[in-house]
Design a protein around this ligand. Structure first.
Ligand SMILES: NC(=O)c1ccc[n+]([C@@H]2O[C@H](COP(=O)([O-])OP(=O)(O)OC[C@H]3O[C@@H](n4cnc5c(N)ncnc54)[C@H](O)[C@@H]3O)[C@@H](O)[C@H]2O)c1
Length: 261
């Protein structure tokens, strides 16, 4: 499939992990991709491996940096047709909630939620001009259910709301806006915590944690004309974890303990 022939795409935080996999997938289907990341070396390394990809340093926490990245994509590719909001911040919770500092909350909200807003604001006129514009943001199952990380989860829930309001605003301008909500995905973000992934796997109904390509496929679908009548939705890419509770089902199905009714 070459669904993104002659498309210009911009992906944030694409120097590694899920963002890099999305860049590889869109490029494989014909897109010219601006691999943006706050870490320039990562962006350059990822772009070297992907045909048609161009690296660019962009911090989603900074409006001027975002505006410049969008302008560069339009200048370089001639149009901007796809925006993928993938960059984020997830600060681990401190042990006691009342000790949470404002800085953690502010950082996670700013990079995860406000960053996507900044990118969408800068990209919107160009996506509207494209006639086939699409925004796909990367949310999380954390935006839908409690899996820890207060600020990150609130930011991801906020992204679901922004997706809906922006979809309504942008539909008359020919732009679709959707959200993918991944469960646990094995990326470099989990380096040093591989044991946690092994512990997590049996909780997933499909019996494994996700791979970056699982998310990239869903993003490519939502960004493409195959999803031309889909806007404002949150698509879980989560091995079934939001719809099934494996541990509870097993507990309820177990044999009765003697003396129990
Ligand atoms: N990996 C998972 O288990 C998982 C689960 C659910 C959702 N997600 C979501 O998927 C997305 C990607 O996750 P990942 O695991 O691939 O991440 P990662 O940590 O492997 O990579 C994130 C990239 O974002 C870049 N980045 C950080 N701050 C930035 C900023 N201010 N501006 C621009 N770039 C910045 C980093 O340099 C890095 O290259 C995120 O939105 C994350 O919330 C991940």
């Amino acid at each position: 499939m070459r669904r993104f022939e002659d498309h210009g795409a911009l992906i944030t935080g694409a120097g590694q992990g899920i963002g890099e996999a999305i860049a590889r997938r869109l490029a494989a289907e014909g897109a010219r991709v601006l691999i943006t990341d706050v870490d320039g070396e990562r962006a350059a390394r990822a772009a070297e491996l992907i045909e048609g990809a161009v690296p660019y340093v962009c911090d989603v926490g900074d409006r001027a940096s975002v505006d410049a990245a969008v302008a560069y994509a339009v200048e370089r590719f001639g149009s901007l047709d796809v925006l993928v909001n993938n960059a984020y911040s997830c600060t681990p919770d401190v042990p006691l909630f009342e000790d949470e500092p404002d800085e953690h909350w502010a950082r996670d909200l700013d990079l995860t939620l406000t960053g996507a807003f900044r990118c969408a604001r800068a990209a919107m006129p160009h996506l509207a001009a494209s006639g086939r514009g699409a925004i796909v943001s990367i949310g999380s199952v954390n935006g839908e259910q409690d899996f820890g990380n207060h600020a990150y989860s609130a930011a991801k829930a906020g992204l679901a709301s922004l997706t809906r309001t922006l979809a309504g605003h942008a539909a008359p301008r020919g732009v679709r806006v959707n959200l993918v909500a991944p469960g646990t995905i094995h990326t470099d973000g989990w380096k040093g915590r591989e044991a946690n992934l092994e512990r997590a796997a049996p909780h997933y109904p499909v019996g494994r944690v996700g791979r970056p390509d699982d998310v990239a496929s869903a993003v490519a679908f939502l960004a493409s004309s195959d999803a031309g009548w889909i806007t404002g939705v949150t698509l879980p890419v989560d091995g079934g974890i939001l719809s099934a509770n494996v541990a509870l089902r097993q507990a309820l199905a177990g044999p009765p303990v003697s003396g129990e009714r």
